[in-house]
Design a protein around this ligand. Structure first.
Ligand SMILES: Cc1ncc(COP(=O)(O)O)c(C=O)c1O
Length: 403
């Protein structure tokens, strides 16, 4: 039973107004379904913004969490713990990584990556090697360093002096990067598909060009896979389909499948500069988080599940094409795997939020990425039947929008 004293109006009374949540309050979830306080059912194509990779209340994750909860919740980094080492070993066995650092959010993993790049350059090269190159419309989190590296000044303006020596270029523009890079560049930070920036795919040749330029100038290639990682695009990490190996990779969101945890993955030679005391976080490697993430890793790193992501991408794309044939609302559908963006055409500019709300009225939860893109990031194990039902609801929402 939900608590009737808890209302959406209470949010406006007692919460810092930096979010604008929907009117309904979800109270329960199971797989790709969510129920609100009135017991109204929704199909969830948001995955908690690409987090709930295995849906809500996955029985094996519930077991992993509750079993660990009975044993050990938290010990701090004065000690290591079994779940943390087990998860780190799984990551190392299945990726390019030789070393792992755990934190709690995507922003913190990126903060660690940027600090690592600066420190590695400081220890090994000229003291002026501090430039970080990042990209317009990129998103890397809300700490002041990561939001300054992000490509939207509207998120970083108005907070006083920003961390310096960060250059922003156009995404996928290799010649701009060639012109900008120098021996002063210590890192290039990019997403292998810009999620928040509008679900913008990367050109493979750009990713490979970044790799070559980073090698040429001894700069670290930092791939922010906070949104794309853990199966979201159909491979365990997106870099695996790009023909590049980064120096540093950050993961969060689906890593814990709903439990907050993030990781920075890197190689021995870079990791060695973060000596004892140079960086840390109280909760990083927390046993509860790592126990859940370890089980999630095992379930997601599965060929059948990952192949299913591609199949489901085709189903959604096909359904969106059919909707578009009838209502002519989108100029394109882009993205990869189960991170897809339907871009509104000129007639429906700035109406993504309206379509999101119309979808919720139909019992369907979707995301926006900016004012003109509807984003879909469902659980990777959503069923074909649920996708069909969701697309029927979405069609009704589009119908309402176009009336
Ligand atoms: C690519 C990317 N990096 C970093 C972040 C920040 O992650 P968090 O909100 O967990 O700090 C996000 C969140 O949307 C993201 O999409």
């Amino acid at each position: 039973m939900s608590n009737p004293a808890i209302t959406r109006a209470l949010f406006d009374q007692i919460m810092v107004p930096n979010y604008a949540p929907l009117a309904m309050i979800p109270v329960r979830g199971e797989g790709s379904r969510v129920w609100d306080q009135e017991n109204r059912e929704y199909i969830d194509l948001t995955g908690g913004i690409a987090v709930n990779a295995l849906g809500h209340a996955h029985p094996e994750l519930v077991t992993a969490l509750t079993e660990q909860a009975k044993k050990l919740w938290h010990v701090s980094n004065y000690y290591t713990n079994e779940p943390a080492l087990q998860l780190a070993q799984q990551i190392i066995d299945n990726t390019f990584a030789e070393k792992v650092f755990f934190a709690n959010s995507g922003a913190e993993a990126n903060e660690a990556a940027l600090k690592l790049a600066r420190r590695f350059a400081f220890d090994n090269y000229d003291k002026e090697k501090t430039e970080i190159i990042a990209f317009h419309h990129g998103f890397h989190g809300r700490t002041f360093f990561t939001v300054s590296a992000g490509g939207s000044t509207s998120y970083s303006n108005g907070f006083g002096p920003k961390p310096g020596d960060i250059t922003h270029l156009d995404y996928n523009d290799l010649s701009a990067l060639e012109n900008a890079m120098s021996d002063k560049t210590c890192a290039v930070l990019l997403e292998p598909l810009q999620g928040e920036g509008g679900v913008l795919p990367i050109d493979k040749s750009f990713a490979q060009g970044v790799r070559k330029l980073c090698d040429k100038y001894n700069a670290l290639m930092i791939l922010d896979e906070v949104q794309t990682g853990m199966g979201r695009t159909g491979s365990l990490f997106a870099y695996m389909a790009l023909g590049v190996i980064p120096d540093v990779l950050t993961s969060a969101k689906s890593l814990g499948a709903g439990f907050p945890i993030s990781a920075m993955l890197t190689l021995d030679k870079f990791a060695s500069c973060l000596t004892v005391g140079t960086h840390g976080t109280t909760f990083g490697g927390n046993p509860l988080a790592c126990a859940v993430a370890s089980k999630a890793f095992e379930l997601i790193n599965n060929e059948t599940l990952l192949n299913g992501v591609k199949e489901k991408e085709h189903l959604i794309r096909h359904a969106l094409e059919k909707i578009n044939q009838q209502y002519d609302v989108f100029k394109e559908v882009r993205g990869a795997g189960l991170l897809l963006g339907a871009v509104l055409n000129d007639q429906y500019q700035d109406r993504a939020k309206d379509l999101l709300l119309a979808s919720a009225d139909q019992g369907l939860l979707v995301l926006a990425a900016g004012a003109n893109v509807i984003r879909f990031a469902p659980a990777l194990n959503i069923s074909h039947q649920e996708i069909d039902q969701a697309m029927d609801k979405f069609k009704q929402a589009v119908k309402v929008l176009t009336k």
